[in-house]
Design a protein around this ligand. Structure first.
Ligand code: 26V
Length: 824
């Protein structure tokens, strides 16, 4: 019944075609005679956009009139990928469109691939936010996302001579999915000073004034749920100079260029996504981005609340704000400023509203990745906020002192202000103190934050403030869209597509694990997906790979803690072994292709060196006639969301091999298993829960445990360990120049041999190699392998982001769904 749209429904392909043609001829003003794929994409996107807009408006109206709490998800990153395929599938009209495009002479696949990825994120954190939006809409929660409208998303990666080169991603030339709201603007202040005075009643008033003003303009994008009319909103803020035009004083005195420069300076705020998952330390522009976005979003949220005419005590019954990492933490002092300076509330009331409103999600335990802003910088840019932060800190420290009078050293440890030179604001502490709930993203991670970075806070607030919500992924994009044949096969067995909304239904697949026909089709689908990746590898990289080989894939951001270096050292070890064999021995070895993909932060030298080593190894191995198809190494350029949709379904094994205790969750691990691949992984992040769900027999775990990491690091420090001889041989071959100029890789080898091996590559190497051997053996029995993969798929229900969103709604937000009326 939900499909009964009152407008622009194309129940037939003819209706769809006429919509497309209308858009090509009128909206785009193009003739059908020179309609290329780009125009066909545009016409198709605009036709579907019309469909979404109707329900989008209705959903917003419904949410406005319902007297109900809404969720606001504040995230500096939303790694959305492409929108068209998702829109077609969520409104369940892709078949009609495919037939219509065929009439017009186009293949759906080609049209879909015309779209540029919306790549407004770095990696897992941003993609998680995108999966959450899909689940929030699908489950009918009244929810908005808030972010920045970056002109440049994450850079495009090119590999030139084996080195990463960054190319700007100017993605907005044609974006039919966004709607500028020139009438929705907010003026945001920076710099200036705080003036204090007594009002008539003798109350102290603070006014922040004489600052620079930049205007935020809203751009909205519709977020359609799957199989529901609910269409939520993602609001992106774009910056422009506050007058919109030129500064006329300068204009008149002939300083034309200066006034244009002012304009550009304002626009710079939303110009570019920072490409470092953490190393953009202390950049003023980054802090400006954070405040600009928080202030605009909060103004918008408060404006909406005030229209309801409710009292302030009801604010947190109407509004839940989730902080995705510490990036939006300035929203805490900003809400305090609004409530106290602008709305005249007393401190205590403002503070209890604030705490009840915010929830904070932590995404890393690694202390070097925690945000800290220098006090002089905050003082200059946001003088009133610094005062409020100091007041929050004062109240908090007094509370700690009262409750823990004997623990004076604790005060320095938990203070929001770090007593360094210069002093710094610890954003994670501010986020913990200003929120009512703090969550980690997988069980191990949530346990670790309670015993490490937030240990004192558990003592201060009690353990109930801290909780876990294990990450999840949307099965719509990561099964139905990325792997349509597998989705169809599952639907045929389960009697429909209900599993896409209730992923636990996958458990019913286990009944078919011995079904011959099902097994055959399952295996054929995996093979076809491998053929597709093999074709891509040949077309784009000129490397031929045999789809009968075992496909081993590691795709994720390049980071030392994720240990792509362990993987490539393992590859080199394998190559050396193969070279030492006779041709007859080599023939018995299980052929493998190692695929790598991922971007390194532009300034992350070590990560870039690993990319280079992978490419150099590929060059040598792939051209070694003696080796042939037994071993291939491919670096897939410019890994992104749309490429992941092709890569993920093609794996036999994927690698999730971080040093235990360092990967908060990981989410691609879930995607790979859901698509019929097995994992090799450490006991880290969500790997542990995946093991709990799929069973120990259906995953390949290896390596040291997180509880032993500290001791092992100490042993390296005191030189109390022996380098594994196999790894020593790998290093010897690198140093001898087998993979090109040895000097260039020396820092990489030295970091392990001479500088403490912080990520414990040497400690885990043997266990890793042994486990890879076990994988080769296991893979030889294709029936055994197939049983493992099918069993694992059937047990993945837990990892739907729908489960995750229901947990947030219940434990943290206290919000209910608002389902659309039937046929409404
Ligand atoms: C950590 C580090 C540590 C070393 C220095 C550089 C650096 C940069 C970034 C990070 C992590 C930043 C936050 C983040 O992106 N966390 C990711 O969030 C995902 C979604 O919850 C989760 O699946 C990943 O495990 C986690 O790394």
């Amino acid at each position: 019944a939900w499909r009964k749209f009152s407008a622009k429904e194309f129940t037939t392909k003819d209706q769809f075609e006429s919509e497309v043609v209308k858009h090509i001829e009128t909206t785009l003003a193009r003739s059908l005679f020179n309609c290329d794929e780009a125009a066909a994409y545009a016409g198709t996107a605009l036709a579907f956009r019309d469909r979404l807009v109707i329900e989008w408006n209705r959903t917003q109206q419904r949410q406005t009139f319902a007297d109900q709490k809404r969720v606001y998800y504040l995230s500096l990153e939303f790694l959305m990928g492409r929108a068209l395929d998702n829109a077609m599938l969520n409104v369940q009209q892709k078949d009609v469109a495919t037939a219509g495009l065929e009439d017009l002479g186009f293949r759906m696949e080609d049209i879909i691939s015309q779209e540029r990825d919306a790549a407004l994120g770095n990696g897992g954190l941003g993609r998680l936010a995108a999966c959450f939006l899909d689940s929030l809409a699908t489950l009918n929660y009244p929810a908005w996302g808030y972010a920045l409208r970056y002109r440049y998303g994450i850079f495009r990666q090119e590999i030139v001579d084996g080195y990463q080169v960054e190319v700007p991603d100017y993605w907005l030339d044609f974006n039919p999915w966004e709607f500028p709201r020139h009438d929705v603007t907010v003026d945001i202040q920076f710099y200036g000073e705080v003036r204090k005075y007594m009002d008539d009643a003798g109350k102290q008033i603070s006014v922040w004034e004489n600052g620079e003003v930049v205007t935020a303009v809203a751009y909205d994008a519709p977020i359609p749920g799957y199989g529901t009319k609910t269409t939520n909103n993602l609001r992106l803020w774009s910056s422009k100079a506050s007058h919109g035009e030129f500064d006329f004083t300068k204009f008149n005195s002939g300083e034309y260029e200066a006034s244009v420069a002012d304009q550009q300076r304002a626009e710079t705020i939303s110009a570019v996504l920072y490409p470092n998952d953490s190393l953009d330390r202390g950049k003023e522009l980054r802090l400006k981005q954070q405040y600009f976005w928080c202030a605009a979003s909060l103004y918008d949220i408060v404006r909406r609340f005030k229209k309801s005419g409710k009292a302030w005590k009801d604010f947190s019954n109407q509004v839940a704000i989730q902080l995705n990492d510490t990036h939006p933490t300035l929203a805490i002092p900003e809400l305090m400023r609004i409530l106290i300076d602008q709305e005249g509330l007393e401190w205590d009331e403002a503070w209890s509203i604030t705490q009840a409103t915010f929830g904070y999600t932590n995404h890393t335990v690694l202390p070097e990745a925690l945000e800290k802003w220098s006090v002089p910088l905050v003082q200059q840019l946001l003088p009133r906020h610094l005062q409020i932060i100091y007041d929050i800190n004062l109240q908090f420290l007094q509370y700690v002192q009262r409750n823990f009078p004997k623990e004076r050293e604790m005060l320095g440890r938990v203070s929001i202000i770090e007593e360094s030179e210069p002093k710094r604001v610890r954003m994670a502490y501010l986020a913990v103190i200003g929120s009512h709930k703090v969550n980690g993203v997988a069980e191990l991670h949530s346990d670790l934050i309670k015993t490490t970075i937030f240990r004192d806070f558990v003592k201060i607030y009690g353990p109930d403030k801290f909780t876990n919500v294990t990450n999840g992924i949307t099965p719509r994009r990561w099964l139905h869209q990325a792997n349509p044949r597998l989705s169809e096969l599952i639907a045929a067995k389960l009697g429909g597509y209900d599993f896409l909304k209730d992923l636990n239904l996958l458990s019913k697949l286990e009944a078919f694990v011995d079904d011959k026909e099902f097994r055959k089709e399952f295996q054929e689908i995996k093979y076809a997906n491998k053929v597709r990746l093999a074709k891509y590898t040949k077309d784009v990289h000129g490397i031929s790979v045999n789809p009968n080989s075992l496909f081993d894939i590691q795709v994720k951001r390049m980071h030392e803690y994720k240990r792509q270096q362990l993987n490539i050292f393992g590859v080199i070890h394998r190559y050396l072994e193969l070279k030492s064999m006779t041709p007859d021995q080599r023939k018995k070895v299980q052929p493998r292709v190692f695929f790598f993909g991922g971007k390194a932060a532009p300034g992350y030298w070590m990560a870039k060196m690993v990319i280079h080593l992978i490419n150099q190894v590929g060059k040598v191995v792939n051209n070694d006639k003696e080796i042939g198809d037994v071993l291939k190494v491919v670096f897939l350029e410019d890994y992104n969301v749309s490429k992941a949709e092709m890569i993920v379904p093609a794996s036999d094994i994927s690698e999730h091999i971080s040093t235990a205790g360092t990967e908060a969750s990981g989410t691609s691990n879930m995607k790979f298993v859901l698509n019929g691949g097995l994992l090799i992984g450490t006991c880290d992040g969500a790997n542990i829960e995946i093991t709990r769900e799929v069973g120990e027999d259906n995953i390949f775990l290896f390596g040291n445990l997180s509880e032993d990491v500290d001791d092992l690091r100490h042993q390296h420090f005191y030189g109390d360990y022996v380098l594994d001889p196999m790894l020593a041989a790998v290093f010897a071959s690198i140093r001898s120049g087998t993979f090109g100029d040895a000097g260039q890789f020396s820092a990489l080898v030295d970091s392990i041999v001479d500088h403490g091996d912080y990520y414990l590559v040497s400690d885990d190497f043997k266990s890793y190699v042994d486990t890879q051997k076990l994988i080769d053996e296991t893979y030889k029995d294709q029936e055994v392998w197939l049983t493992k993969t099918i069993t694992a798929v059937s047990r993945m229900g837990f990892f739907s982001s729908d489960r995750c969103i229901d947990e947030y709604a219940e434990m943290i937000w206290n919000v209910e769904p608002l389902p659309p009326q039937q046929n409404g």
